[in-house]
Design a protein around this ligand. Structure first.
Ligand code: SIN
Length: 343
C-alpha cells in the first residue's frame, strides 16, 4: 500500500484519493487502442502528476490500495476501502471528501457498496475512464480533475456516493454502465443525473436528497461479506443452476429474472424449495436495463420471496451481502429491499 500526500502551499480543501486500478490507470500500445490494453498499471502519483490543475482545486492525500482491473476487486478490498474512508475522511475534519479511481466494468458495485457504508455526509466520488492513458483523447485526466473538484465542493455534501465521469454527476445508488465501449456510459436510466460540470464547475440540479429506500449500513464490525451468487434467467433455464449455487456455498442468491423478476414455474418452485429447505434468501431482480420488481407482500407455499425493487442484480448482490453480514433473516431482508415511497 502506498500513501501519497500531494499539497500545494495554499490553504485549500483536502481530498483523499484511492486508486484501485482499471482503465484510468491503464496503458496500451498505441493511440487508437481502446480495448485489450493492460488495466491498472499506472501508479497514483503518475495519475495525479498528469493533472497539475488538481492542485488549483484541492490538496490531495492518497492511498494506492490496489492497482488491478476492476473484475479483480474483492469483497475484502471493498471492506478495507470503506473502513479507510470512514477513518481517514469521515473522522478527520480537515478532509472534505474521497475520490476512488476504479475500473469501469464493475464500478457500479463498488459505488453502491460505498454509498451504503459511508454515511458521514462527505462526498465519496468514484471515477474511471473508458480510454487508457496512452489513447488519443484519453478521458482519465479530465475525469479525475472533475472528480476531485466535486469531492472538494461543499455543494456535494449529503448526496451519498457519486460517480463523476464525462462531465456528469450520477448517484451511486442508481448508476449503471450501459455501454461497453463509449465514454458516455454511466447512466441512471430512469432517474437521471444529479448534476453536471461545465468548464470544471459543478452544477447540481437538485438540493441533497436520499434515494427512496436506501439503507445505511455500517461495516465497522464486519470482517467478511458472505457469498452471494447471481443467476440470470433465460428460456429453458434449468433448476440445477440454483441447487449448484447452494451446493457451492452461496449464502444468498440473486436471480436476474425476466421482466419484473419472472422465472419459469418450475424454477419458481425450485426457488421456494431452496428458501424452505435451506433458509437461503433469494432476491428476484430483473435482467432488463431498468424498471421495478414489485414487492411480494406475502409468503407463497411457505417461502418468503424477496423483490429487488429498483435495484439491478449487481446492486442487489451487494445489498444482500451486507445484510447477511449483519445476520439479517429473510423477513428483515425483504423489508430492507422493499422500495418504500417514504424514507
Ligand atoms: C476495468 O474495469 O478494470 C477495465 C475496464 C475499464 O476500466 O474501463
Amino acid at each position: 500500500m502506498l500513501l501519497v500526500s500531494v499539497c500545494s502551499q495554499v490553504q485549500k480543501p483536502v481530498t483523499y484519493s484511492y486508486i484501485l486500478g482499471g482503465t484510468i490507470a491503464g496503458s496500451g500500445s498505441g493511440g487508437v487502442q481502446t480495448t485489450g490494453y493492460s488495466a491498472g498499471v499506472v501508479g497514483i502519483l503518475t495519475l495525479i502528476n498528469a493533472v497539475p490543475e488538481i492542485l488549483n482545486i484541492s490538496n490531495v492525500a492518497g492511498i494506492q490500495s490496489s492497482n488491478v482491473a476492476s473484475e479483480d476487486v474483492t469483497s475484502d478490498l471493498l471492506l478495507t476501502i470503506s473502513k479507510q474512508i470512514n477513518q481517514y475522511v469521515c473522522d478527520d475534519p480537515t478532509m472534505s471528501g474521497a475520490v476512488v479511481t476504479h475500473g469501469t466494468d464493475v464500478l457500479e458495485e463498488t459505488a453502491f457498496f460505498l454509498d451504503a457504508t459511508v454515511n458521514c455526509g462527505k462526498p465519496v466520488i468514484i471515477v474511471g475512464a473508458m480510454r487508457p492513458s496512452t489513447a488519443i483523447s484519453a478521458d482519465g485526466p479530465y475525469n479525475l480533475l472533475e472528480a476531485v473538484t466535486v469531492a472538494a465542493s461543499p455543494l456535494a455534501r449529503d448526496r451519498g456516493a457519486m460517480v463523476v465521469m464525462n462531465d456528469r454527476i450520477v448517484s451511486a445508488y442508481y448508476v449503471t454502465k450501459i455501454n461497453a465501449n463509449t465514454m458516455d456510459t454511466f447512466k441512471a436510466v430512469e432517474m437521471g443525473n444529479l448534476g453536471s460540470l461545465v468548464s470544471n464547475v459543478p452544477y447540481f440540479f437538485y438540493p441533497p436528497v436520499k434515494p427512496t429506500g436506501k439503507n445505511a449500513i455500517s461495516v465497522a464490525n464486519v470482517t467478511s461479506i458472505p457469498r452471494v451468487d447471481i443467476l440470470m434467467a433465460y428460456e429453458d433455464m434449468k433448476n440445477d443452476t440454483l441447487y449448484n449455487a447452494v451446493a457451492s456455498g452461496a449464502k444468498g442468491i440473486v436471480v436476474a429474472g425476466a421482466g419484473a423478476g419472472g422465472v419459469s414455474s418450475s424454477f419458481n418452485y425450485a426457488i421456494e424449495d431452496v428458501i424452505r429447505t435451506h433458509g437461503i434468501p433469494i432476491v428476484q431482480s430483473t435482467r432488463a436495463m431498468s424498471g421495478e420488481v414489485p414487492s411480494y407482500d406475502t409468503a407463497t407455499n411457505g417461502a418468503q420471496h424477496i423483490a429487488s425493487g429498483y435495484l439491478n442484480p449487481m446492486k442487489s448482490r451487494i445489498l444482500l451481502g451486507l445484510l447477511l453480514a449483519h445476520g439479517k433473516n429473510i423477513t428483515e431482508i425483504a423489508a430492507a429491499f422493499k422500495p418504500s415511497t417514504a424514507n
